[in-house]
Design a protein around this ligand. Structure first.
Ligand code: UDX
Ligand code: UDX
Length: 469
């Protein structure tokens, strides 16, 4: 089967970059990315490539090459569905905040809406691909909707989970460790799988394209994220032990990571993992396990989240106790708000929860992040609902200049590992802050010796204070 026309529903962090690369590498396929959010589509179509809705290193170049040639962004969802041979569903699947499974299960309402819309519009056979991360067996639900409400046309459902990490999305898409495609084992299923394999094979070696049944593919995505998150929680658990005992988490990470069975990646202690996937996917896994009565399995994975919440909380608690048990009215500067460097995404960012805890203590926060907008930061806090929007704006200010942000601060906290923070003139910053000059490094980013020599009272995740000074 030769695919000529692809539609992707959802122009977000996943749909946008993924389709841009797919279009770049398949100039003969027309790729249309649609979204119900007009502002988002306008930004994708903006002449000025600096104004794309997503910041990803390398994305501008890819969009510049393919946009208008065979890559299009539009809000005309029905037209794009009608024209397409292959439809990717890449809409968001947030954790449910109501009803059964509240706080745990994925909310599939957008997925269902997409399936119903496809069923309504489709006049020719189509391959429908789950790109969003979903609970196992969602494909079955999509298939049921399509088969029972469609216009008699045939649908094949594939699972093709995304493994790109934000900040390195373009590299991850260009050179993925593997591409995973799950499909039905029937002849028609195999044909659909092959059609998708052929598209990826234009730039990815075939041996890196793995095909499985649908359920294995869906579950592998959840499990991959759960394993990655588990490594971060494991090293973060040890970071607390290091702080108590005088070991250094950097040295421990290095020592264990050199064991080829363990490997060096995802062993960086931090103020806690964030992002749209880790927490949501683990909660999903926990929910599925509970649904099947597998309580030990559920408890095992839930501990990863419990540890992560603890890590964020204890970072905030340490700031309060170090500042003589009160931060009320004190100015605390946050360097970084994004959940990791090289992205403007703030979903589940540790900074949000640390800020919330400190604002509960009446601290006055000043935030600087090189890529996150003031609007986004206030939205994050307002969404928590801890206090009124007015109160959030009274207690927290966003500043565009890092040096100004640090002026007269009682403490500086590093929440994101942006490279530029390392390059700052820390002596100049030292001269402008209140003494003793506290720095709490939630990313173990700065040079401890340098900071101490300048005069800072510097503490870092996973390193005992006495170790540093
Ligand atoms: C993705 C995946 O889809 C999600 O399952 C994964 O676990 C996290 O990442 P992402 O691309 O990051 O989501 O989400 P987001 O940036 O919120 O983009 C989703 C887009 O879908 C939004 O622009 C939204 O407007 C759009 N959307 C949503 C639709 O076009 N139609 C809908 O019915 C719902
Ligand atoms: C993750 C997965 O890596 C990706 O494969 C999947 O498709 C989506 O979810 P992402 O959330 O974009 O990607 O970023 P990732 O690099 O995995 O980082 C997640 C969080 O863990 C960040 O907050 C990061 O700072 C933190 N982290 C990561 C650590 O604290 N220590 C580490 O060693 C690695």
């Amino acid at each position: 089967m030769k695919i000529k026309n692809i539609c992707c529903i959802g122009a977000g962090y996943v749909g946008g970059p993924t389709m841009s690369v797919l279009a770049q590498k398949n100039p003969n396929i027309k790729v249309t990315v649609v979204d119900i959010n007009q502002d988002r589509i306008n930004s994708w179509n903006d002449e000025n490539l600096n104004d794309l809705p997503i910041y990803e290193p390398g994305l501008e170049e890819v969009v510049n090459e393919a946009r208008g040639r065979n890559l299009f962004f539009s809000t005309d969802v029905e037209k794009a569905i009608d024209e397409a041979d292959m439809i990717f569903i890449s809409v968001n699947t947030p954790t449910k905040n109501y009803g059964k499974g509240k706080g745990m299960a994925a909310d599939l309402k957008y997925i269902e809406l997409c399936a119903r819309q496809i069923a309504k519009v489709a006049k020719t056979d189509k391959i429908v691909i789950e790109k969003s991360t979903l609970p196992v067996r969602t494909a079955q639900a999509i298939k049921a909707i399509l088969d029972h409400t469609g216009n008699g046309v045939k649908f094949q459902i594939l699972s093709n989970p995304e493994f790109l990490a934000e900040g390195t999305a373009i590299q991850d898409l260009l050179k993925p460790d593997r591409v995973l495609i799950g499909g039905e084992e029937s002849a028609a299923g195999k044909e659909a799988i092959n059609a998708l394999v052929d598209i990826y094979a234009t730039w990815i070696p075939r041996e890196n394209i793995l095909t499985t049944n649908v359920w294995s593919s869906e579950l592998s995505k959840l499990v991959a994220n759960a394993f990655l998150a588990q490594r971060v929680s494991s090293i973060n658990a040890i970071s607390e032990l290091c702080e108590a005992t005088g070991a250094n988490i950097g040295e421990v990470s290095k020592a264990i990571g050199m064991d080829s069975r363990i490997g060096p990646k995802f062993l960086k202690a931090s103020v806690g993992f964030g992002g749209s996937c880790f927490q949501k996917d683990i909660l999903n896994l926990v929910y599925i396990a509970k649904t099947y009565g597998l309580n030990e399995v559920a408890d095992y994975w839930e501990q990863v989240i419990i540890m992560n919440d603890h890590q964020k909380r204890r970072f905030a608690d340490n700031i309060v106790s170090s500042l003589y048990n009160t931060v009320s009215g004190k100015k605390i500067t946050f360097l970084g708000w994004a959940f990791k460097k090289d992205t403007n995404d703030t979903r589940e960012a540790a900074a949000i929860y640390v800020a919330d805890a400190l604002m509960n203590e009446q601290a006055e926060l000043i935030v600087y992040d090189p890529k996150v907008s003031e609007k986004r930061i206030y939205e994050d806090l307002d969404y928590l609902g801890t206090r009124s929007p007015e109160e959030n704006r009274r207690l927290l200010k966003v500043v565009n200049d890092p040096y100004k942000a640090c002026e007269d601060a009682h403490a500086i906290a590093i929440l994101t590992e942006w490279d530029e923070f390392i390059e700052y003139d820390w002596k100049e910053i030292y001269d402008s802050v209140v003494k003793p000059a506290f720095v709490f490094d939630g990313r173990k980013l700065l040079d401890a010796e340098l900071m101490s020599n300048i005069g800072f009272d510097y503490s870092s995740i996973g390193v005992a204070k006495t170790e540093i000074t």
